[in-house]
Design a protein around this ligand. Structure first.
Ligand SMILES: NC(=O)c1ccc[n+]([C@@H]2O[C@H](COP(=O)([O-])OP(=O)(O)OC[C@H]3O[C@@H](n4cnc5c(N)ncnc54)[C@H](O)[C@@H]3O)[C@@H](O)[C@H]2O)c1
Length: 362
């Protein structure tokens, strides 16, 4: 395992994005979102995902230049069409617009259609918490999760993200898929050559699908499915993950007349590659319109502390709140660098060779 310094890796990603036609300012936004993921320890969505964007741009299903159409803009709300540009750029600008609206109106919300994969939701929610606001964002994703009592992958891993500022050194930042695990983690397991845990995915017979490489192929063929939070049965709460995922699908498509479920397959009827037509939803809540920010942060901090200091489950040594592990991980990665496993090294070497760059000496 090699470790690369954060700044060097970020510069490499900027260079790759620029080489495939992303304007420099936009390339910096994309690299910032990706490196934030590596800093937080979400290896599935950082440098590990760079080649996916690279491949999609080369394939012509995602455009390096981001041209946003404003479909509607009224007071606290807006609807945008991302025209299959860079999801990170669309996400950054949409959340900034939601924050600006919340400064004026107390709330701000932007619904987006025809976007592309925007990476980790937490980056955008944290833009709001840094400005003393609550930030929320949701996105749909290509079909890979079945409904409760079903086996057909229709929903995306549809993450939910909620961030609130606290008086702790980090915000409360809940940022996770509405499925037990998410596709990026399966890809990470493939890079690490590990089996998929048996509760994550099933085949069309409802049996656990643990062969990771096969699972990635079967998800595309729609002959396997990731499971919603709660698994496959009502008794373990499958219907709750399913319901939350459907909520995300609605917020990511119905307000913006965008694509949903099987329309997000990234495939034309003849099987050729097509844009994914993803939708996102962003919301900022200006705490100042409700209460004193200092009081709000103290209440959130008190909630976190009371949870953290509560009695432990036997054998466990610590209770966390959302956002805490990522904060601690960031401190560690800043010192140690980003881990580069051998299969990721191959991806990096491949992109360097194709683009004629030699920034990273692996
Ligand atoms: N763009 C997309 O299409 C897409 C789709 C799915 C997921 N994602 C992203 O992938 C990332 C990872 O998603 P995931 O589903 O693998 O997340 P995960 O299962 O790793 O859960 C992460 C969340 O749980 C919290 N957490 C972890 N352990 C905890 C504990 N013991 N106690 C309290 N909280 C704890 C973390 O702070 C974080 O908020 C997220 O950033 C998400 O936005 C993106």
């Amino acid at each position: 395992m090699k470790y690369l310094p954060v700044e060097i890796l970020k510069d490499f990603m900027i260079e790759v994005f620029c080489k495939v036609g992303v304007p420099l300012e936009d390339a910096k936004i994309c690299a910032n979102v990706l490196i934030a993921s590596d800093l937080r320890g979400i290896e599935s969505h950082g440098i590990g995902r760079l080649k996916m964007y690279y491949d999609r741009i080369k394939l012509g299903i995602q455009f390096p230049e981001t041209k946003i159409d404003v479909i509607k803009d009224k007071y606290a709300t807006a609807v945008w069409d991302g025209n299959h540009g860079m999801g990170h750029v669309i996400g950054y600008r949409a959340m900034q617009t939601a924050i600006d609206k919340a400064k004026q109106f107390g709330l701000g919300a932007v619904a987006v259609r025809n976007s592309t994969h925007y990476g980790i939701c937490g980056y955008y929610a944290e833009m709001a918490t840094k400005q003393d606001m609550i930030g929320m964002t949701f996105t749909n994703a290509r079909p890979s999760v079945c409904p409760t009592n079903g086996v057909e992958p229709l929903l995306g891993t549809n993450p939910i993200c909620f961030g609130a500022p606290t008086d702790l050194p980090y915000p409360f930042l809940y940022d996770a898929a509405t499925s037990i695990s998410q596709r990026g983690k399966v890809e990470q397991y493939a890079r690490e050559e590990k089996d998929t845990p048996p509760y994550w995915a099933i085949n069309l017979k409802g049996e656990p699908q643990t062969d990771t490489k096969r699972l990635l192929v079967d998800l595309i063929k729609q002959t396997a499915s990731m499971l919603p939070i709660g698994g496959s049965e009502e008794v373990t709460g499958s219907h709750k993950g399913y319901g939350l995922s459907t909520m995300v699908e609605i917020l990511s498509s119905a307000l913006q007349n965008g694509g949903f479920l099987n329309q997000l397959l990234g495939m034309n009827q003849d099987g050729s590659a097509a844009p994914y037509k993803l939708g996102h939803f962003f919301m900022a809540i200006n705490i100042d319109f409700f209460t004193e920010i200092v009081d709000f942060k103290k209440t959130c901090g008190d909630i976190c502390r009371e949870l953290q200091n509560s009695k432990l489950f036997p054998g466990q040594d610590r209770i966390y709140v959302a956002g805490e592990k990522e904060y601690e991980n960031e401190l560690q990665v800043l010192k140690r660098g980003v881990p580069i496993i051998p299969n990721l090294q191959k991806d990096i070497e491949f992109m360097q060779a194709e683009l004629g760059i030699s920034m990273l000496n692996l």
